[in-house]
Design a protein around this ligand. Structure first.
Ligand code: ARG
Length: 265
């Protein structure tokens, strides 16, 4: 059974702009955000996941995006993030404290000299391959130097479109041999490297901008934002069950289903 960490949206909102989706002039409909978060939570449960929550913290509106809070390497081994923007760096101790209390072995120590690494938002496993995103948030140098990664299993994915600033906004493994992606989000060289390593299903520009790739995959279930009918029918043809849910309040901050979850296994 998959265990997923989420953080309730009590203090969620747009309080700064650190990606092109965020605008201080567009406010979040908070009751709608709560409803969308609860729908995601219960949909994941219905798909067979076990859900755990960390306490929300005033002053840290993006703490809801737990995908960035760490990267599990299995067997209770957790890598901590170091956020690029000070607006999110204050989240780091909350994630660390939660993982420690939950009994995880922490593989790294964060100092002011740490390279930037935004957790599972920029590092996605497909089997034993780890696709890693860099260009906006996480640093390539981080992946090249972190001792707990098997270098020969890393697939470097260079992000070139600021709207797709985390790997999980434009790439999503469905299995060890199949993944979703939005090709224009990557440099030509990375597109080639990715296609050489996994079979890829392209999403349309319109659906990519609806965060179609920001999906949570639980066995044959795919939880993704609404407004993605083309992808949903492709998924069904491949034997997957799509579960479209409204995510508009989180897309305002540059996130959706996947960003709001962190797999702990
Ligand atoms: N506002 C957040 C940020 O810019 C959104 C994070 C989305 N998370 C993700 N895994 N893509 O950092």
């Amino acid at each position: 059974m998959t265990t997923i960490l989420m953080c309730p949206p009590d203090f969620y909102g747009i309080h700064y702009e650190i990606n092109p989706w965020m605008s201080l002039h567009v406010s979040v409909d908070h009751p709608a955000a709560v409803t969308q978060w609860k729908t995601l939570f219960s949909t994941l449960q219905q798909c067979g996941a076990e859900l755990v929550c960390m306490p929300p913290q005033p002053g840290w509106p993006d703490l809801v995006f737990t995908a960035n809070g760490g990267l599990s390497l299995g067997k209770q081994q957790m890598v901590l993030p170091h956020f690029k923007y000070p607006e999110r760096q204050g989240e780091e101790p909350y994630f660390q404290a939660w993982f420690q209390k939950a009994g995880f072995n922490i593989l790294n120590t964060i100092t002011k000299d740490s390279l930037f690494f935004e957790g599972a938002g920029d590092a996605l496993f497909a089997g034993d391959l780890l696709f890693v995103g860099y260009g906006f948030r996480s640093e390539k140098r981080y992946f090249e130097t972190a001792p707990y990664f098997q270098q020969d299993k890393l697939i470097y994915c260079e992000l070139i479109d600021p709207y797709f600033y985390h790997l999980d906004t434009c790439f999503c493994p469905l299995s060890e041999s199949l993944a979703l992606w939005y090709p224009p989000a990557f440099s030509v060289e990375s597109q080639e490297r990715m296609s050489n390593n996994i079979e890829l299903i392209a999403v349309t520009e319109a659906e990519a901008k609806q965060f179609a790739c920001n999906a949570v995959v639980i066995n044959k279930h795919v939880v993704l934002p609404t407004g993605t009918p083309v992808l949903s029918s492709i998924l069904a043809k491949h034997g997957y069950t799509p579960h479209p849910i409204p995510m508009q309040e989180y897309i305002k901050a540059g996130g959706a289903c996947k960003c709001l979850t962190l797999t702990l296994d």
